[in-house]
Design a protein around this ligand. Sequence first.
Ligand code: SAM
Length: 291
Amino acid sequence: MDDLKLYSPKVIKDILAKYGFNFSKSLGQNFLIDGNIINKIVDVADIDENTGVIEIGPGFGTLTQGLCNKAKKVVSIEIDKSLQVIHKETLNYDNIKIIYEDFMKIDVEKLIEEEFQGMEVKLVANLPYYITTPIIMKILEEKIKISKIVVMVQKEVAERLGAKPNTKEYGAITLAVQYRANTNIAMIVPSTVFMPRPKVDSAVITLDILKQPRIKVEDEKMLFSVVKASFGQRRKTLLNSLSNILKCPKEQINEVLQNVNISPSVRGETLSLDEFGKIADELVKIEYTKQ
Ligand code: SAM
């Protein structure tokens, strides 16, 4: 079967008319209209006949086609059920499964176990921008067996991933990525390659998941809680943020910070991954009591 050229603005317009489909701004529906960018994403993902791919948000199926042509199996997760009838025409492959569900509600560990036995699993997507950071955090927080993530994100999110402490770009996502992966910006993508055109430029980023996280901690969940709490209220001191958000008495947080030689008056954005790891381990040690 010859693939429908779903990146062609004419084909897109035909589909819009035929199915009466309207782009939903609130679902981040900015579809790719450049075949070269799609090929580049598929190339960067380095997919072969043993690879299983999870895709978030197939839209009409532009990128999905490229993935289906290379991978052993593709599971695409799409929140917009009105695309189902379109997929019947555009995604006629025998190695695809489409799940019509909010990705944030998917148990990815279970999905991998059920759908990708014996395969190397990668995640590839042109992400919906209203929910980019929560999606990336979800993937990095869950202990899922994937080797690589290749996603299109807003350029400013891409810049946050490799940010240094004491910059405004440095945040919880920077640390989550540093903990779990090596990251790289594969290309900057102008807004002109999307329909409708978003306001900002984009970037394709790769996250190569490390075999072992970059630092060893007693309790990963605690590490993520501490990191998120520290950036939840950026203007507050570490002592106040941790105490407020973790619901832990200030005296206990003070003791923890003292034990790891970190001043309670600093802000979270000054700390390194190592330091967050030490705070998390210390909190586990004292078995802090929630207020
Ligand atoms: N992959 C297509 C492309 O590149 O042209 C569409 C990408 S578009 C930026 C994002 C897609 O994600 C849309 O199809 C949208 O409906 C879908 N989406 C939005 N929120 C979602 C969610 N929470 N879970 C799954 N899919 C979602």
